[in-house]
Design a protein around this ligand. Structure first.
Ligand code: FMN
Ligand code: SF4
Ligand code: FES
Length: 630
């Protein structure tokens, strides 16, 4: 197999060093090192190189962080090191939005123009970026500034009104998050040593009344960088309790609690863990899904930034219960602070014997690796996430087999969302039956709500299941400036719009199902009468078109057709008539929803479907003042 790309120039010393920083030095000429006379007599290292195949994403990150893009020479060298075909490596590098395969300035500013920021004037911010740094995506050579910028889907900072992520390559690379974001800040943020930054944490409820807080209990109260502070606040008592109860005892508590996943699919957690724990095939893996890319969602970021040890403890309990020796936290690449805090938490836990060969001195081994994503919403789909950890394009797999039978590396795997794992700690703290008594009979426990948009106090809120939308909005201070409510986007881009008549529906899985809505990942984007809903819908349609992995036709084509159709409606230029467009959309929606293989395609049409039925789609690109199509 010829692994060369036919590259104009081989990998530079800097690129080779970046690759070696992840893979270690090359052992021979066979894996990209210097050729020695011994290499002419025998081939070595093939198997070892293939075993490192899963490190492709970390290697690509290392190269990009060093030189700002992934050159053909670097890809060629990586292929030699990992013995993979160049087409495959290039296919991976070009799949993820945070990787660049064309020469690029060392600084790239990703400006969020997604649903929540949009309602707060993201378009004006983008215009100002264009004025300062030239058109979106323009290379440094053209604009001479050393900076390029591009629009970005949601950066998970929706409570701040505007947000940007700066990737800065070099010997001292940085990822800087600015939220709220002002283009004025870009230059200062590029000063070396600025490191990671953030808009901080908005948990307004905690300032007012902490009494209802369970998952957010420690946020803002316990120093997130110190394992001692965490332990003083009761940390690691639940791991001890889990070990005392044994795997069966933990499973019983989870089932008694009727805990279901908070990542969107609402699958019973105890059932999932049991399927892995009892699978005779070895080895087992546990994974925390911290990809959090649903527009409007930021809850997992707050938990990871402010309470990282809780996630490490919960994942350790999951590993213990499921019989896994290794756990992964897959975190989106746009969360530098959360990532650095988790890496530090793993280090401190390992130093204290709370991870490693003999956890708590109880004779079980467990390690955690934090893996960084690279900008792909679809990587949050569980099987796509496994592919990404394995170093592949984040394309969903067909199910069955389900992860409990064949997940990461083809082995039995349990995967849960960050919030779900924090619920596990609460289940063990108060006991399964007590947890089941919170909320309603079928939606138990508390839920985190990501409030953004037209409320006075955007931020993260925790309420018992069964709270109404009205109460959630009131807890966030109600609507700004005496505005009136037009709609709420529930569940994010993959969720749906509900109108003011849904204000008193209890927010439970069963009640929302009745009105055709879903809580999804807890997104509540409040939309007042000043917001142009059509403009939001156009952005949502573009999001799905961009994020569809393209693997199956109904989704790949359906998301494009949806965007085109909406564009025509927004311009007031329907094909035939508005009625004909609505009928056409019904066809597109039915096929995309029913024939796509994963949840992305199945939900890509929900927002527009619900907006049409609420008559929220206007005939112009400007605020339509509630006119609608009808
Ligand atoms: C397109 C798509 C994106 C998803 N993104 C996420 C995500 O970012 N975080 C998450 O926890 N689950 C996400 N999910 C759901 C996961 O596939 C999976 O159901 C979840 O991680 C299971 O954890 P849970 O049982 O704790 O909810 C996504 C699903 C789809 C279809
Ligand atoms: S539904 Fe869309 S995102 Fe999911 S596998 Fe098919 S093309 Fe990919
Ligand atoms: S950070 Fe802009 S919409 Fe979420």
């Amino acid at each position: 197999m010829d692994l060369r790309l036919g590259v104009p120039a081989p990998a530079t010393e800097q690129e080779r060093a970046a690759v070696a920083s992840v893979l270690g030095p090359a052992a021979s000429g066979w894996d990209g090192g210097d050729r020695t006379p011994a290499d002419g007599h025998m081939a070595v290292g093939g198997r070892a190189a293939r075993e490192q195949r899963h490190l492709l994403l970390p290697v690509l990150h290392a190269v990009q962080e060093r030189i700002g893009w992934i050159s053909p020479g670097a890809v060629d060298h990586i292929c030699a090191r990992l013995t993979i075909p160049p087409a495959e490596a290039y296919g991976v590098a070009s799949f993820y939005a945070l990787f660049r395969t064309e020469p690029s300035p060392v600084a790239v500013v990703h400006v969020c123009d997604d649903v929540a920021c949009r309602a707060d004037g993201a378009e004006r911010t983008c215009q100002e970026m264009e004025r300062r740094f030239g058109p979106e995506g323009q290379g440094a050579a053209a604009n001479g500034s050393g900076v390029t910028w591009q629009r970005s889907p949601c950066l998970g900072q929706c409570d701040h009104g505007s947000a940007a992520l700066i990737q800065h390559a070099g010997a001292d690379p940085a990822r800087v998050v600015l939220a709220p974001f002002d283009p004025e800040q870009v230059r200062a943020a590029l000063v070396p040593g600025t490191g990671v930054g953030s808009g901080g944490t908005a948990v307004p409820q905690a300032a007012a009344d902490r009494s209802g807080l369970r998952l957010l209990r420690r946020v803002g109260q316990v120093e997130p960088g110190s394992i001692d502070a965490y332990r003083s606040a009761g940390g690691y008592e639940m791991l001890r309790r889990a070990v005392t109860a044994g795997p069966q005892g933990v499973l019983r508590e989870l089932k008694d609690a009727k805990l279901v996943g908070r990542g969107g699919a609402a699958f019973p957690t105890g059932v999932k863990w049991e399927a892995v724990a009892t699978n005779p095939v070895r080895e087992h893996f546990v994974v925390c899904n911290a990809d959090e890319s649903e527009p409007g969602t930021f809850k997992d970021r707050v938990l990871m930034e402010q309470d990282p040890f809780a996630l490490i403890e919960a994942l350790t309990i999951m590993g213990y219960t499921c019989g896994a020796r290794r756990g992964y936290i897959y975190i989106r690449g746009e969360y530098p602070i959360a990532e650095s805090r988790l890496v530090e938490a793993v280090r401190q836990a390992t130093d204290r014997g709370l991870l490693g060969a003999d956890v708590l001195g109880e004779g079980f081994a467990f390690d955690i690796e934090v893996r960084r994503g690279a900008g792909a919403y679809i990587a949050g789909e569980e099987t796509a996430l496994f592919n990404s950890i394995e170093g592949k394009r984040a394309e969903p797999r067909n199910k069955p087999p389900f992860p409990a039978a064949s997940g990461l590396f083809g082995k039995p795997t349990a995967i849960n969302n960050v919030e779900t794992l924090l619920c596990v700690l609460e289940v063990l703290r108060i006991g399964g039956p007590a947890f089941a008594a919170i909320g309603t009979a079928n939606s138990t426990g508390t839920r985190l709500f990501c409030l953004s948009g037209a409320v006075r106090q955007p931020g993260l809120y925790e309420h018992d299941f069964g709270v109404t939308l009205r109460e959630v909005i009131e807890a966030a201070g109600g609507l700004r400036d005496g505005r009136s409510l037009r709609a709420v986007l529930l569940g994010g881009a993959a969720g749906s719009f509900v109108g003011p008549d849904a204000l008193d529906v209890p927010l439970t899985m069963e009640d929302l199902r009745v009105i055709g809505a879903t809580l999804g990942s807890g997104v509540v984007v409040v939309i007042d009468d000043t917001v142009d809903v059509t403009d939001l819908l156009v952005r949502i349609a573009r999001f799905f078109r961009d994020e569809s992995c393209g693997q199956c036709v109904p989704c790949r084509v359906g998301t494009v057709r949806q965007e085109e159709l909406l564009g025509r409606l927004a311009r007031g230029a329907p094909l035939g008539s508005v009625q004909r467009e609505i009928e056409l959309f019904a066809d597109i929606a039915a096929v995309t929803r029913d024939a796509s293989i994963c949840g992305l395609g199945q939900t890509a049409v929900s927002a527009l479907s619900s907006a049409l039925s609420l008559n929220l789609v206007g005939a112009s690109g400007q605020a339509d003042g509630g006119r609608g199509l009808a």
